[in-house]
Design a protein around this ligand. Sequence first.
Ligand code: S3P
Length: 170
Amino acid sequence: MQNIKNNNIVLIGFMGCGKGTIARKLSKASGIFAVDTDDLIESLANKTIKEIFEKYGEDYFRQLEKSCALWCEKSLTNTIISTGGGFYKQKNLNKIGTIVYLQTSFQDIIDGFKQSKNYLKKLEKRPLFKDEKEAKKLYDSRVMSYKMVADKIVDIRGKKTKDILKEILR
Ligand code: S3P
C-alpha cells in the first residue's frame, strides 16, 4: 500500500457492480477508511442523487462530480474511494489514486440488482438505469474506457469477496 498514488485506491466500474460494497469490505479488512463520491456529492448538494438529477439534470450532476474529483485529489490520502459509474471520465482521475476497475458483465449486474432486496431503492439512486436497454447501451459505450483508464483490472465475476480483496491489495 505504500507505493500507490496518494496512497488512495479508486474503485471504478459500471453502476451496480458492487464498488461501494467492495470498498466497505476492503475498509474493514485493511483498517483504511472508505468514502464514496456519490455520498460526498449528496452531502455537498444536501440533496440525494435522485433529487439532483430530477431538479438540476445530469449536466449539473457531472459538474458536482468534477468538483468532487478536484477535492479528492487535493484532500484525500490513505483512503479507499468508491466512485459513481461515470466518475471515470474525470480528467484528474489518475492524480487521485491508483485506479482499480471492477470488471463484470452487464448480465451479472442485472442479476445482482434483481436478486437484491432493496431493488427499487437501488434503482432510485440510478436514474440512468431506469431503462434496461439504455443502460446496456451505456455499459457498452463505457467498457473500453474503464479498461483504458485503469491501473489495474480486477475481474470480479464469480469470485469470492475475499479473493477480490486480495487481488485489489496485491
Ligand atoms: C452514474 C452512476 C451512479 C450515480 C449516478 C450516475 C453513472 O453511481 O453516480 O446515478 O453515470 O453511471 P453508481 O455507479 O454507484 O450506481
